[in-house]
Structures are given as structure tokens and as C-alpha cells.
Design a protein around this ligand. Sequence first.
Ligand code: FAD
Length: 114
Amino acid sequence: MADNHHLPDVIVVGGGLSGLCAAIEAARKRCAGGTRGKAGDTGGSTALSGGFFAFAGTSFAGSLGIADSANLLREDLIATSFGRAKTDLIDTYCNLQHELFEWFEEQGIHFSAV
Ligand SMILES: Cc1cc2nc3c(=O)[nH]c(=O)nc-3n(C[C@H](O)[C@H](O)[C@H](O)COP(=O)(O)OP(=O)(O)OC[C@H]3O[C@@H](n4cnc5c(N)ncnc54)[C@H](O)[C@@H]3O)c2cc1C
């Protein structure tokens, strides 16, 4: 029988934004593990990113008096992709982006409007 005693709880593959967020959340949940990047690097496309996020219906937008919603964001993302983007991915993002915004805020990452 294999000895599972020293197996990590989590291995995060990739050190871009997705992987680093997963690693932070795993650490917060006190999971033992580590990250594995290709050639040991971190950053990926994330290091090239302009750092802009599309959020809608957040408390921040509300505080600025911006009346938007996940539905409006969904319509906007579909329109700006000229209908080519996968709607299931857009739906997933739009349904979860509010939670993502709150999670970033919890990590001390604060956004400003553009
Ligand atoms: C120039 C540019 C500007 C952008 N600006 C924006 C912006 O303003 N706003 C926005 O929302 N998005 C922007 N994007 C898109 C955004 O950067 C990406 O969608 C996002 O960074 C993807 O994050 P990720 O963690 O999924 O992937 P990545 O950041 O690419 O991370 C993937 C990581 O996985 C590693 N990896 C890959 N394959 C393996 C493997 N087999 N084994 C181990 N590791 C592996 C890679 O080396 C990399 O470190 C921009 C993209 C570019 C290129």
C-alpha cells in the first residue's frame, strides 16, 4: 500500500494569477502543498497584463453610484467579443466575479475606477 503520509494536500500547477490565488487560498485553508511552475517561473501572462479587471455590481461600484450588474457585464462581454467568446465561460465569470472582487479586497488588493 502506498504511503500517503507525506503527500501534499494541494499542488498548484502554474504561477500566474490563477495559480497564485489558488496557492493563497490553499494556505488560508491550512493545506500543505506547493506550487510548480514551468521552468520554475512565476508570472506567465499575468506579468504582462495591464492589471485591469471588469467587475460589476460590487460595493465599490455602488459607492460611486454606478448602477451596473452581472447581467449588464455579461451583455457587454458578449458584445465586445462580437459573439465569439464562449458564453459558458462568460457566464461562469459573471456569476463569480463579485465573489472574486470581494476576495481580492480581503487580500488587501484595492481597485480604483477607470
Ligand atoms: C499584454 C497582455 C495584457 C493583458 N492585460 C489584461 C488586463 O488588463 N486585464 C485582464 O483581465 N487580462 C489581461 N490580460 C490577460 C491576462 O493577463 C490573463 O488572462 C491572465 O494573466 C491569465 O492568468 P493565468 O494564471 O490563467 O495564466 P498565466 O498568468 O499565463 O500563468 C500560467 C502559468 O502556468 C505556467 N505553466 C504553463 N504550462 C505549465 C505546465 N505544463 N507546467 C507548469 N507550469 C505551467 C506558465 O509558465 C505560467 O507561469 C493580458 C494579457 C496580455 C498578454
